[in-house]
Design a protein around this ligand. Structure first.
Ligand code: SF4
Length: 463
């Protein structure tokens, strides 16, 4: 999963990018980069680490000159977490350059990669993003936007894309709209971002979603905007997990407020599950806060703060190594003993992936003196990996692997466990049920993945 941001016709293009990806730090913490351009030159700075670590020198941004810039923060789902894969990617091409920022994962690439390699393509990264650039430059069409369109027609999978050249800034989104992307305005500048929280920080106005299957081209000199489709309109399949966990609650994603959806998830969870003997509702902060508030309102059980999160430690879910994840759980949470002691509590969480974090949290809560811990999860059991850009582990790493509900309850150490039903999940969303991808819960993948991908759960050999 990644965050992308782009802006054109701006006197503060790189500065806006900096704030944009800073606001979307939750989407990827491994590396960050900004590429900017004026009419003559292209400028780039990137590195491993958080946005504030990569851009820790005030002079860096002033050296990223130009009216247009794109930016990226990365959490690797294809290709290793290494310096060579830091995005946006930049390529010299003829008299110009191509810079690309990509959020999402492409699938079924075997044939495309083989074909490109047989045609002499050399890859300098192990990301799927680079394949897009190879397809663009090899397209037979004359005009650059037509080349982009021809390339995107060949892709399968999830992609929200920003492409910058000497002449234009292009935004595009896969035909199912799996990953979010919004367009905004700030004075005469046009902006694009994965989430609207990136606009709020710089005072930009939300205009609309980049439509699934749409290509938006902005001429950097005239500011003229053109929009066309590279694929026919079809029913979208938005990643429902963006609404459950990934996006910030203060963002507008897929045309809906994430906060609204999370409160409704909590409400539906309270309707579906037992809460008779509970004295307190607790959330696993921060992504479950609004879900727990929705639960408490509906159940009329008091909400309280029993877990405190240390905000200076990254998200456990997106730390790529198991050992780091274990350590971070302890670094990240502490209990408020006065709130917990002697109580029967309902612990609300958005989802369970591996179960390791929740298991440790329940142990922490018990050590603080609670009598009973009843876990309520605002999504159904995750039983299948995600191939479209979220780091859901392979089948055997999921807590549901070879475990039924009772086994999972025992494994995490809870007194009871209830998951929200798939209907409860879908009824919490603003759009019709058919507009969401729920493959990690149901196994019903909107874009088929090959058996090889399913078997390996990873399809590009890492460098
Ligand atoms: S499989 Fe799950 S995480 Fe992946 S895109 Fe679909 S809903 Fe989102």
């Amino acid at each position: 999963m990644c965050g992308i941001f782009g802006i054109t016709n701006s006197e503060k293009a790189s500065e806006s990018c900096y704030y944009g990806i800073h606001a979307m730090q939750h989407r990827g913490q491994e590396s960050a980069g900004i590429i900017s351009a004026d009419s003559e030159m292209v400028y780039a700075h990137h590195g491993m680490g958080l946005v504030s670590e990569v851009f820790n020198n005030v002079n860096t941004l002033s050296q990223l000159k130009g009216d247009t810039a794109i930016a990226h923060n990365r959490y690797s789902t294809t290709g290793a977490s290494s310096a060579v894969n830091i995005a946006p990617l930049l390529f010299k091409h003829k008299e110009s350059f191509i810079a690309v920022a990509h959020n999402g994962n492409l699938v079924n690439l075997d044939k495309t990669i083989k074909k490109l390699e047989n045609n002499g393509a050399l890859f300098k990264t192990s990301t799927d993003t680079e394949i897009i650039v190879h397809l663009i430059v090899r397209a037979k069409e004359e005009a650059f936007p037509d080349k982009v369109s021809a390339a995107l027609k060949q892709l399968e999978g999830a992609f929200s894309l920003l492409i910058m050249t000497r002449k234009m800034l292009i935004a595009a989104r896969d035909s199912l709209g799996l990953r979010p992307m919004v367009m905004g305005k700030l004075g005469n500048s046009t902006l694009f971002a994965s989430e609207t929280c990136a606009f709020d920080l710089i005072g930009a106005e939300y205009i609309r979603e980049v439509e699934p299957g749409e290509i938006i081209v902005i001429d950097r000199e005239s500011g003229k905007l053109e929009s066309f489709r590279f694929s026919p309109k079809t029913s979208p399949k938005h990643c429902i997990f963006e609404m459950v966990y990934f996006s910030r609650p203060d963002s507008r994603v897929f045309g809906d407020n994430v906060d609204r959806a999370r409160r409704k998830l909590g409400k539906n969870l309270a309707i579906e599950s037992d809460h008779d003997h509970a004295q307190l509702v607790l959330s696993v902060p921060d992504s479950s806060n609004t879900i727990a508030i929705g639960f408490a309102r509906r159940s009329e059980v008091k909400f309280d703060i029993g877990l405190i999160r240390n905000h200076y430690v990254g998200r456990t879910f997106i730390a790529p190594l198991q050992s780091e994840r274990d350590l971070k759980v302890h670094l990240k949470f502490n209990t408020v003993k006065g709130v917990l002691e002697g109580r029967n509590v309902i612990l609300v969480d958005d989802s369970i992936v591996r179960g390791t974090t929740l298991k440790k949290l329940i142990k922490l809560i018990r050590e603080a003196g609670v009598k009973e811990v009843h876990v309520r999860i605002a999504s159904p059991p995750i039983r299948h990996p995600c191939f479209y850009g979220l780091d859901f582990p392979t089948h055997c790493e999921l807590v549901t692997y070879e475990r039924n509900l009772d086994d999972i309850c025992r494994y995490i150490g809870a007194d009871s466990l209830h998951y929200l039903s798939i209907d409860g999940l879908l009824n919490s969303m603003a759009e019709p049920k058919s507009h969401y991808c729920t493959a990690c819960f149901t196994g019903d993948y909107p874009i088929p993945v090959t058996d090889k991908e399913k078997a390996q759960d990873n399809y590009i050999n890492e460098i």
